[in-house]
Ligand binder design. Structure first.
Ligand SMILES: Cc1cc2nc3c(=O)[nH]c(=O)nc-3n(C[C@H](O)[C@H](O)[C@H](O)COP(=O)(O)OP(=O)(O)OC[C@H]3O[C@@H](n4cnc5c(N)ncnc54)[C@H](O)[C@@H]3O)c2cc1C
Ligand SMILES: *[C@@H]1O[C@H](CO)[C@@H](O)[C@H](O)[C@H]1NC(C)=O
Length: 409
């Protein structure tokens, strides 16, 4: 690949870019792309991972809560429900076997007023239908005994929820992929593609070149790669990239919405909780919750801010506004104090932000993950992974298992 790119650079003054064939190409080195690459490589495929950023996991995969979800929230038989439950089991086993930092510390979903109790009971039923074990309804006294700083009227204990060090997870999976047949090329952006003789040809450019030529439209590829199998795991950019594949039927490409989520950290106080504490879910997210990391520090978040989709170039290059506006802390104080009234004024500091990729807009019920292969869009060898929002980290190994067994057997 590197040699091909060097060659491409030398002859880039020519009209047509050089072509290369490949076995399997994974677009995007986030946790999902890496998990898929690993699974394909273990099953004997020759894998090429192309990532626009200078390294792996710089997108949503390092801008989330790092929570291993149990599988409570999602509709019965949805991909989210199935992949979360299966992925969580695979993930805990994977992390235990390889010494990847993780902790099954458990979580409490809390009702802070009696009006919320029916929602809590509905969550318990839904979780049980999804096959989540270890769910237990606690009365206020039991819950507040477990977590003395907590105030609530009822709580749902989820024993198998936990946290994982997602960076260590990605390093481990990437290493395994590379020890089979996987090559990773960073600073390499897929700028689009076209269908020729029934196959998708990927248009590829060094990321640096796109920066230089943003004004030149259309962007010119430096290299064309013709793979047998393509997994579009471009996260936030997956939908806008699919729209740049000429010859793919756009009827099947969904509309994508973005919702930012900010985190605040807590300073000057000792960690008040031993478990994850979640309120009842809100529109667009799971509510401003308490997450602990493996070093024992506490963060609160993420909130929900629906934003306009970033422009095309930002989408291609993954350049998004991840700044945290300190003034958002006002709402955090009021939300958090509903279940943690001892939160002191001035103790919240801006942390980081992530952007949720959504296939449902504000006010609509959450959409499922969307996985489309030839059976949907009719183009052999292309698999699009759309809307892989939460619980995508928890689900990554299960998504990989599904994609590899369905599209690479
Ligand atoms: C605020 C927030 C909190 C979350 N909390 C949790 C949680 O607690 N637990 C959980 O299970 N899940 C959580 N999630 C979801 C989880 O983080 C994501 O589902 C997961 O990280 C998605 O991984 P990915 O590989 O699909 O995407 P990404 O990590 O975004 O990776 C996509 C990669 O593709 C690259 N790329 C994009 N376009 C191109 C292109 N044209 N050419 C080449 N490369 C390209 C990008 O640079 C990027 O590296 C959360 C998400 C958010 C936003
Ligand atoms: C990727 O590009 C950056 C500059 O944007 C550079 O510092 C880095 O060395 C490049 N990495 C690789 C692997 O080429």
């Amino acid at each position: 690949m590197r040699r091909a790119m060097a060659m491409a650079r030398r002859i880039s003054h020519c009209e047509s870019a050089p072509k290369e064939t490949a076995d399997a190409v994974v677009i995007g080195a986030g946790v999902v792309g890496i998990a898929v690459a690993r699974e394909l490589a273990i099953r004997g495929r020759d894998v090429l991972v192309l990532e626009s950023a200078p390294t792996f996991g710089t997108g949503t995969s390092s801008r989330n809560s790092e929570v291993v979800h149990a599988g409570i929230y999602y509709p019965l038989d949805s991909f989210k429900a199935k992949f979360c439950v299966r992925g969580r089991d695979l993930l805990y086993r994977y992390c235990s076997e390889r010494g990847i930092p993780h902790s099954k510390l458990g979580k409490l979903i809390v009702a802070t007023g009696t009006a919320q109790i029916p929602s809590l009971e509905k969550l318990k039923r839904r979780g049980e239908e999804n096959g989540v074990e270890g769910l237990k309804m606690l009365d206020a006294r039991e819950a507040m005994h477990m977590e003395p700083e907590l105030v609530c009227v009822k709580a749902l204990l989820s024993a198998c929820s936990g946290i994982v060090d997602s960076h260590s997870l990605m390093i481990s999976m990437l290493g395994e992929a590379e020890s089979h047949k996987t090559m990773v090329s960073f600073n390499t952006t897929i700028i689009g593609g076209h269908v020729e003789e029934g196959k998708l040809h990927l248009h590829i450019s060094e990321t640096e070149e796109i920066d230089k030529s943003v004004s030149a439209s259309p962007l010119r590829p430096q290299l064309v790669v013709i793979p047998k199998l393509i997994i579009n795991a471009a996260g936030l950019g997956a939908v806008s990239l699919a729209k740049r594949f000429h010859g793919l039927n756009h009827r099947f490409i969904p509309t994508c919405y973005c919702a930012r989520g900010c985190y605040f950290t807590m300073s000057g106080m000792k960690n008040p909780f031993r478990r994850l504490i979640y309120p009842i879910p809100e529109d667009g997210g799971l509510g401003v919750h308490v997450t602990l990391d493996l070093c024992g520090s506490v963060k609160f978040g993420p909130d929900v801010e629906w934003i306009d989709s970033p422009d095309e170039t930002s989408m291609l290059l993954g350049r998004f506004d991840y700044s945290v506006d300190p003034s958002r802390s006002a709402r955090f104080y009021s939300e958090i104090r509903k279940y943690y009234p001892n939160l002191k004024d001035g103790s919240l500091e801006p942390g980081y932000a992530g952007i949720r990729v959504k296939l449902s807009g504000p006010g609509n019920p959450p959409a499922d993950f969307l996985i489309q292969g030839e059976e949907t869009h009719g183009l052999p060898g292309l698999v699009n992974l759309f809307g892989i929002e939460s619980p995508g980290l928890t689900s990554s190994l299960a998504i990989a298992e599904y994609v590899a067994s369905k599209y690479s057997s």
